[in-house]
Design a protein around this ligand. Sequence first.
Ligand code: AMP
Length: 284
Amino acid sequence: MQIITTKQDLQREVEACKSHGKSIGLVPTMGALHAGHASLVRRAVSENNVCVVSVFVNPTQFNNKEDLALYPRDLQRDAQLLESIGAHYVFAPSPEEMYTAEEMSGTFRFDFGGLDKVMEGKMRPGHFNGVVQVVSRLFYLVRPDRVYFGEKDFQQLAIIRFMVERSELAGTFGDLRIVGCPIVREESGLAMSSRNERLSEEEKATATAIYRTLRESMKWAKTQSVREVEKRVVDTINSVDGLETEYYEIVDKTTLLPTDTFSNAIGCVTVYCGKVRLIDNIQY
Ligand code: AMP
């Protein structure tokens, strides 16, 4: 496995692979890797000749400076994990390598066809602009055959699919396939996240109420309306000491717009556990 830090070296390596007819799988990450990331990488390794994993804490997708500063980073440990599961290249550039000063200043604007008006987009202005900025750059550099994303960040996955299939950028990345991968959880049910590293053991135990409540809500959905279930989820999570829901929205899986029925619906939640912001979702 090779660690690459410049765009030029990355392009040279992937071009050499392609000239030998090899297929390329890409897994974009922000590092502090866990079993959730590993599941994406394993799949990319098994479905492609070459697997490239990017490890880049993308400053332009953080609208909260403290969150960016506190984001866990450990490239050495990440590289060990990636090598052990068979990745071929790790791309770990500096922000200066990825962006010019102007690009870094957050002027990149992208039309999301409305997908960014709800949930994470509403709560974190500019977040998805930063995500699309970095992901599109990675796509242009690597020109992968397949790219792997987790369903844990369901809205992100929907926006990337929109970018590739329906936006003004559609068609510019070649025959790229976006592969969505299921959420990997701790035994306790807590969705794995790099941010879990910032939780104390006690908080980790507290946070298990999030998924427990989402699971319970599957039962409530049999007899109650969408809006009633939304309210009950929020009330139940908030009744736990140490948890505070930012939003729980049951939306259509395709449009991400609020829906009145449970068919093709997904419930997306964001909860503060102490100072740590956690997200999760459940498909009805
Ligand atoms: P991140 O490093 O948080 O930007 O995540 C990189 C990729 O890993 C994204 O596509 C995430 O959706 C995915 N991911 C993160 N956590 C999990 C998880 N628990 N299960 C599955 N995929 C995940």
